[in-house]
Design a protein around this ligand. Structure first.
Ligand code: TYD
Length: 135
């Protein structure tokens, strides 16, 4: 089991501009199967609002800022992501929502599985009941 946490990425400081990177099973504890990104989010919009049965994610604010609200079924925590040299590890079976996207923000999401709609839990009550059972 992994816990939700911020992971700092390597930062190569250079007068020409900084560079950060992520490698499979190194900075993050999984092999990347899929990468997607969220952009052009209209002000006031909320994304997410689901959990995954198996998929694990690592979320980076490549540009701008946004909040990721994580909920394990018992307590919630808000992470404000606003720099590109760290990211948030979101293990499976964590309810997650994203909101407060700044103008021109860019959320990069590294995923441990291919896209599979059957892996989503989109009903919060169902999510809660699974979380309680797996205690
Ligand atoms: P969804 O994961 O529900 O977005 P969010 O959590 O940000 O609200 O995905 C939105 C739509 O995009 C949904 O119809 C499925 C599709 N989608 C893919 O086809 N492939 C992907 O890798 C992802 C993440 C989503």
């Amino acid at each position: 089991m992994y816990s939700c946490k911020i992971i700092n990425l390597p930062k190569i400081l250079d007068a020409r501009g900084n560079l950060s990177f992520v490698e499979n099973n190194n900075q993050i504890p999984f092999v990347i199967k899929r990468i997607y990104w969220i952009y052009d989010v209209p002000g006031g919009t909320e994304r997410g609002g689901h959990a995954y049965k198996e998929n694990m994610e690592f979320v980076i604010a490549l540009s701008g800022s946004f909040d990721v609200i994580l909920d394990d079924g018992f307590s919630k925590k808000v992470y404000n992501l606003n720099r590109s040299y760290y990211g948030l590890l979101v293990p499976k079976m964590i309810w997650r929502k994203m909101e407060n996207f700044s103008t021109n923000s860019l959320a990069l999401v590294l995923s441990s599985t291919d896209y599979n709609e059957k892996d989503y839990v989109r009903d919060y009550d169902l999510f809660k009941s699974i979380a309680v059972k797996s205690m």
